[in-house]
Design a protein around this ligand. Structure first.
Ligand code: FAD
Ligand code: EPU
Length: 343
């Protein structure tokens, strides 16, 4: 499908903000790609639009990825390789893999969006990240103008980060992923609240099934986060800042109740939600742009907020957290155009 002229993107982003693009091209077959040209400064690749803030109209083309496909290849008694088209719905494939008796994705249940966007920020939740089960990312390389397969090491995955997001944005269109999933389930229940939720819902909370873990994650997420179908949002608007040990200790001495989590290389992750709530923003609303009263890290559109209003609110929150704690919050979603640097 190709739409030309001026194309309204409001139904295609989870904030539900109005923005127009010049053209929309739906990619449902990889063969289309060799005929197309991508201009990173003007064009946009779109999945489910759940990690995106459109703060202005786009001057270019939106490439809507709708590549389908679900394939299983048994490797051994222990594992199966699963190849998924970029246009598949993430949560639907998580539930489908569980129905096949495969585990590994249960903690990542109910994350909105499509498969192709999952490696962009290495989606994570409840103590698990995509990178742990990912084997290969299949891409169209706009620079080399050919299809390529990148193994996990080539993707430079980090916390809410990858080669696709920071080092080479705009170089690749992800067409499919290959994951390795397990036949024998090892629960991952370290994340606060998960083991407790299973106490209430699982038949055997000490040894829950993968499906029970998925159900518990779904339940927790529904309690904590607003549903974009009811209230426009893009999940966490900022990443949790990662600080070196000295900085984290100094902050904890000043604020003993600050939630701190051990991260890699002796560093500490700080709760951005706590910092924002402490600055008084939780439940704030101006016009239709606000901060969820349910979760301080989630910006929300109560109806007719514009993307620019939400971006301005994000900039105010970031400036306030900087002035109060000298910590720079980094936005998690893609913002078009990006927020200006902190003054
Ligand atoms: P989009 O918003 O369409 O795109 C995001 C970025 O990826 C854009 O830069 C886009 O250009 C690029 N992109 C998309 N598809 C492709 C492709 N095929 N090839 C190349 N580039 C592409 N994220 C988490 O990690 N953990 C969570 O727990 C979580 N919870 C959320 C809860 C809610 C309520 C919401 C609304 C969002 C949440 N998110 C979470 C964020 C979001 O769901 C994920 O980042 C998801 O992977 C985005 O998928 P999407 O298809 O909607 O991507
Ligand atoms: N908290 C507050 N105020 C709030 C909400 C939370 O102070 O309004 C504090 C509490 O102390 C709470 C802590 O923050 O214990 C952590 O909260 P939560 O468990 O909700 O996790 P989060 O750090 O806010 C992260 C991810 C989420 C992911 C959850 C579960 C980031 C930026 N966000 O949120 O991902 O679902 O953990 O693993 O890492 C997303 O990326 O869009 C997203 C929703």
């Amino acid at each position: 499908m190709t739409g030309t002229g001026s194309f309204e993107l409001q139904p295609l982003n989870s904030f539900g903000v109005s923005a127009r693009a010049e053209r929309l091209i739906t990619i449902s077959d990889r063969q289309q790609l060799s005929q197309l040209h991508f201009r990173p400064q003007r064009d946009l690749i779109l999945g489910g639009g759940s990690n995106l803030l459109l703060a202005a109209d786009l001057k270019g083309t939106v490439f809507q990825v709708r590549l389908a496909g679900r394939e299983l290849m048994r490797e051994s008694d222990r594992s199966t390789r699963v190849t998924l088209g970029a246009g598949e719905n993430w949560h639907a494939v998580v539930r489908w893999t569980l129905a096949q008796g495969l585990s590994g994705l249960e903690n990542l249940s109910l994350i909105p969006g499509l498969v192709g966007a999952a490696p962009i920020q290495n989606i994570g939740a409840y103590g698990v990240e995509l990178a742990e089960s990912l084997l290969e990312v299949h891409v169209w390389d706009w620079q080399a103008r050919r299809q390529r397969t990148l193994d996990r090491d080539a993707c430079a995955f980090g916390y809410r980060d990858s080669r696709f997001k920071s080092a080479e944005p705009g170089r690749f269109l992800i067409t499919a992923l290959t994951l390795r999933l397990q036949h024998h389930f090892t629960p991952r229940l370290d994340y606060a609240g998960l083991a407790q939720a299973l106490q209430e819902t699982s038949k055997n909370p000490q040894a829950p099934s993968a499906l029970e873990v998925s159900d518990a994650v779904i339940r927790l997420r529904r309690e904590k986060l607003p549903d974009p179908a009811q209230l426009g949002n893009a999940g966490s608007f900022f990443k949790n800042p990662v600080l070196d040990a000295a900085r984290a200790e100094a902050l904890a001495a000043q604020h003993p109740e600050l939630p701190l989590y051990a991260s890699q290389h002796g560093r500490f992750k700080v709760s951005a939600a706590w910092l924002i709530e402490r600055c008084g923003w939780k439940g704030f609303r101006e016009g239709d742009a606000g901060v969820s009263a349910q979760h301080a890290l989630v910006l929300v559109n109560y109806g007719r907020a514009s993307g620019a209003e939400l971006a301005q609110l994000a900039a105010r929150i970031r400036a306030d957290v900087w002035q109060t704690f000298a910590i720079e919050l980094e936005p998690e979603p893609r913002i078009l155009p990006p927020l200006p640097a902190l003054a």
